[in-house]
Design a protein around this ligand. Structure first.
Ligand code: PEP
Ligand code: MN
Length: 347
């Protein structure tokens, strides 16, 4: 349930409500909106007594939350939330691009790609150092050396970096290098990992599981939010359907359907969504038109040599054109693509 404070409620009254929530064994999560303060009451499924809170001074209303997720819901936090990654705002008025190779493969490949995507207009650099591969015999990533290369590419270009973390025990290591932690589709319901990533305090890019419903995605986000980490970005990356012409089926519906349910930012990954480089730009354009807050795109200078996902990777020139196309579409809809921003280290 959610406690809506009166617009003129004092800080003392707010603190009194927080205390009342804690004393009943629940956790308060406070959302300070422009007009009024809303306090989410969460805890395990025991019933909270709305009447007890209604009588406290400064309380306007006590509203049951109708969705299974609470902190992730738009009811709890009506205004769009902005997640900052190394100074890049995700979820504001402007569309952002995350780009880079599927895997970090070598120093040369990483630096070349980083400069190329920056030149093309990307805001955040991606690259996997720990790779979740379907076969144990496929390239598994460079591990910590890959993280070092990502950090070097950030130093060289000023682009913040996002990279995948696959296990709770890897979180500290990955968080030492990355500006944002990625939780991949295969790990969307790895609850220990969700909690550990949340506890790191880093922004988290949470990808939709390939067979997960939107409610399940939002409940996974809820695990992260319930650690007190509010910096969660959702990503649609295609789901498994009966269709075999493409690697996955991009669920464009997910963009407006998520936006209706949550105020967290929503990105689209047209690379994994299609699995084919020639379909990446058309689907990316559709995502901008559908209201996505940004795109995450695989880019490789020589896709034919890539150690993973070469077939769905764009060459830098094609990626640069996509950013321009996205600018035109955003503009037609009264939005824009973010311009370059200086790197800001997290506290
Ligand atoms: C990736 O981003 O390279 C990746 C493995 O994505 P997903 O988890 O969506 O398959
Ligand atoms: Mn990939």
């Amino acid at each position: 349930m959610m406690i809506v404070m009166q617009a003129q409620a004092t800080e003392e009254e707010i603190q009194q409500v927080l205390e009342a929530i804690r004393s009943r064994g629940f956790q308060p999560h406070i959302s300070r909106g422009e007009e009024r303060v809303v306090i989410g009451v969460v805890g395990e499924a025991r019933r909270a007594e709305p009447d007890a809170f209604l009588r406290l001074p400064g309380v306007a209303r006590v509203v049951p939350l109708s969705r299974p997720y609470k902190l992730a819901s738009r009811e709890f936090h009506p205004e769009n939330r902005i997640v900052h990654v190394g100074g890049v705002p995700i979820g504001g008025d402007e569309v952002i691009f995350i780009a880079g190779p599927c895997s970090v493969e070598s120093r040369e490949q990483m630096l070349e790609t980083a400069f190329a995507v920056k030149e093309a207009g990307a805001h955040i650099l991606r690259g996997g150092a720990f790779k979740p591969r379907t076969s144990p015999y496929s390239f598994q990533g460079l591990g910590e050396y890959g993280l070092e290369l990502l950090a070097e590419a950030r130093e060289a270009t000023g682009l913040p970096v996002v990279t995948e973390v696959m296990a709770p025990e890897q979180v500290d290591l990955v968080a030492r290098y990355a500006d944002m932690l990625q939780i991949g589709a295969r790990n969307m319901q790895n609850y220990a990992l969700l909690r550990a990533a949340g506890a790191s305090g880093k922004p988290v890019l949470l990808k939709r599981g390939m067979s997960a419903t939107l409610d399940e995605l939002l409940l996974a986000a809820e695990y992260i939010l319930s650690t007190g980490n509010e910096q969660v970005v959702l990503c649609e990356r295609g789901i498994r359907t009966f269709e075999t012409a493409t690697r996955n089926t991009t669920d464009i519906n997910a963009i407006p359907a998520l936006k209706a349910r949550t105020s967290l930012p929503v990105l689209l990954d047209p690379s994994h969504g299609t699995g084919h480089w020639a379909y990446v730009a058309p689907v990316a354009r559709a995502a901008v038109a559908a209201g996505a807050d940004g795109l995450i795109v695989e880019v490789h200078p020589r896709p034919e040599e890539a150690l993973s996902d070469g077939g769905q990777s764009l060459k830098p020139e094609r990626f640069a054109r996509l950013v321009q196309e996205a600018r035109a579409i955003a503009h037609a809809l009264g939005r824009s693509v973010l311009h370059e921003v200086p790197y800001v280290a997290a506290d």
